[in-house]
Each structure stands twice: as structure tokens, then as C-alpha cells.
Design a protein around this ligand. Sequence first.
Ligand SMILES: [Zn+2]
Length: 222
Amino acid sequence: MVFSSVWRSWLSRAGRFSILHEAYLGFLQPRLLHAPVQGLLVNGLASAINAVWCWILIRQGRRHRSPALVADGRHLLTDVITSGGVLVGVGLVAVTGWAVLDPALAALVALNILWSGWGLMKESVGGLMDEAAPPETLKRIRALISAHAVGAIEAHDLRTRHAGRRTFIDFHLVVPGAMSVSEAHDICDGIEQMLKAEIDDALITIHVEPENKAKHSGIVVL
Ligand SMILES: [Zn+2]
């Protein structure tokens, strides 16, 4: 879903290569615009509303760790910057009478769109290729396992990854070989509950092992 929206926005961006072409034509043959003040005001107002909407999208996207929302916000932001560039360009041409300013700004706006498209692409792919939880979260997870695995011997091979808003956590839990399945299961349930209470959207997988699998290098159970 993220990918399709990224490609869609890239296709629409590709269409904006035409801005560069227009800018080039403008350099060759500068022409003065008759700037209709009303049009500029309406455009400015629409851009201001869009800017607020961008801010909301990007903020909510970061809060919910959704690359798709952030991508939508960034996409809209390039529209706001484009409109801003047009407003400044037309305004400056009107004030200075220097017609070449308009294509110059148009070229800058086009380059900005391509640049932000590249950043957006990189970020979305990063969000799709899962990343490990940040160090603070990892530290917290280790502490929680250590504190709530009473009865177990150690935990090792802890792995975490973020996918969208979810945090996948998996590790091995070493328990005494003679412990009953239901006792080991209770320990797992206890750890899972604590982790889920503290880490939003945690999906936990615990692999239970007998003591001869201990590595003596993992998380020591307190
Ligand atoms: Zn193991």
C-alpha cells in the first residue's frame, strides 16, 4: 500500500519535470505577467490551509510511526512549496519588473520537488525494510524481561524489529529442564503481559529452551 502510493506520487512528480521545461522557455523568452491580486490572495489562502494540513499529517504520522501518513504530508508539502514559489515569483516580478525572476524561481521549485521526492522514496523504503527498536526501547525490553522472568534461568538472542507501528519482539527463554510446560507457559504469559503493557503494538514470540541451551551471555534473569 505504501509502495503504490509512493509510485503514484512519483508519477505525478515526473509530470513536474515539465516545470523545468517551462522555466527553460521562460529564460529564453521572459514575459511580464499581469498579476491578478485576487488570484494571488486565493492561492495564498489555499496554501496556508494546505500547510496546516501537512503539519497535522506529518505530526500524526510520526506519532503513529506511519510512513504512509508522513509520505502524504510530505507530498502535500511539496505542493505548498510550489504554490509559495509561484506567489513569491509573481510578486517579485510585479514589484521589480524583472521578468526572468519567475522562471528562475520555477526552476528552483522544480529542483526542490525532485529533491524531496528522492528523500520521500528513501524514507518509505526504510520504513518498509524493518528496523530494530531504538536503543532506549531495547534497554527497556531487556529490563522488563529480566524483572518478570522469575523462575527462568536466562533469556538470549533477543531480536526486535519495527514494521509500521508494530514492534516485533522475539527471544529464547531458558528454563530448568524439569520445569512443567504449564509453569514455563505461565512465565511466558507474565513477560508478554508486561511487555504489551509498556510497548505499543508489541507482537511477542518466546522460544522456550531447557538449561543445557543456556549461553550465559544473554539477559540474566533477576
Ligand atoms: Zn537459544
